[in-house]
Design a protein around this ligand. Structure first.
Ligand SMILES: [Fe+2]
Ligand SMILES: [Fe+2]
Length: 325
């Protein structure tokens, strides 16, 4: 993809605020929560008693729910894919400008790294998971990478990350809500605290896009349109298990999430609507003809998607994941 030098200039311009972005949207490391805050401390005398309690409360979590939690964990643990992707985006340069956008990518990664870590440890202690099968899927997913349709374009990438941080906020928020309903308060806290991180991150990426809209509205609008035309794929869309084709496990994971209401087509549409509102798409000025057309497409998209969603059924087929046994 040929990108204009304007992209680079815009990234430089918006990137002048990196320190502000890090302070505003990320938490200071020393006082930030760490996975251990939500797990039994293995130095404690009563560690084994606490683990036993954790296993007792995990016993009754439904099959689909465990499957979704595992899929969420693997998605979080494929963080190397996301960091390496972002570091390669036009305007991000860790060699010559380590304190520019690369600084943001590193600091964001450092926060994200806690998510998979915490969920993984919880699942390990829960006694519900075939950890080896899950770890195999994680290794596959990182090895397979992803194909998100952004190229190295910062505009498309920030649309993707804005969308995805909101999507993960919703799914972790819903697993927290369900954990509470199942009477599992510690797990509700775990999912809740991750969901809160995702929301802060979403605000950051949405802010980057707002800044780009101010200086390069038509190109930004076209990038947004292009991403929505392609549809935003989930970062774990290549998810698989041993003996299963690439991507096939993902569709079973996604069906389970739809059945539970953890992440549905309607959430996708609501995210789209919230982005239109947050970026004030309707009122953006100084668009060229192509930009105006892209805006028309975007504004009409949610109701079009709703019509399609009403006709789509969620498959009810039970699937046996190798992760749970
Ligand atoms: Fe995350
Ligand atoms: Fe995230």
């Amino acid at each position: 993809m040929e990108l204009s030098n304007l992209r680079l200039e815009v990234m430089k311009f918006v990137g002048q605020k990196i320190d502000y972005f890090v302070d505003e949207f990320l938490k200071p490391i020393d006082t930030n929560w760490q996975p251990t805050d939500f797990l039994p401390d293995s130095r404690n005398e009563d560690f084994l008693i606490q683990v036993k309690e954790l296993r007792e409360t995990a016993k009754d979590l439904p099959y689909d729910y465990i499957a979704v939690l595992i899929g969420d964990t693997i998605t979080e643990e494929a963080l190397p894919t996301y960091e390496s992707w972002l570091i390669d985006v036009v305007g991000v340069d860790q060699v010559d400008e380590p304190n520019g956008w690369a600084k943001w990518v590193r600091a964001w990664t450092a926060e994200e790294n806690r998510h998979g870590d915490l969920l993984n440890k919880f699942l390990y202690l829960s006694g519900r998971v075939n950890m080896r099968a899950m770890e195999t899927s994680t290794q596959y997913l990182i090895a397979d990478g992803f194909d998100i349709g952004t190229g190295r374009d910062p505009y498309r990438n920030f649309v993707y990350t804005s969308f995805q941080e909101l999507a993960t906020n919703i799914s972790h928020r819903n697993t927290a809500k369900l954990a509470k309903e199942y009477g599992n308060t510690p797990l509700a806290k775990i999912c809740g605290v991750i969901a809160a991180d995702e929301m802060r991150h979403a605000k950051a990426y949405k802010t980057f896009i707002s800044h780009i809209f101010e200086v390069d509205p038509s190109e930004m609008m076209l990038a947004f349109e292009d991403m929505m035309k392609k549809k935003i794929v989930m970062p774990a869309h290549f998810l698989r298990e041993t003996g299963i084709n690439m991507g096939q496990t993902f569709s079973h994971f996604s069906d389970a999430a739809q059945r539970l209401g953890v992440y549905t087509t309607y959430d996708y549409i609501e995210i789209m609507e919230s982005l239109l509102k947050d970026w004030k798409i309707e009122g953006i000025q100084n668009l060229n003809d192509a930009g105006e057309k892209a805006r028309d497409y975007l504004m009409a998209l949610p109701s079009r998607l709703r019509r399609v969603a009403e006709r789509t059924k969620i498959p009810n087929i039970e699937y046996q994941f190798s992760w749970i046994s």
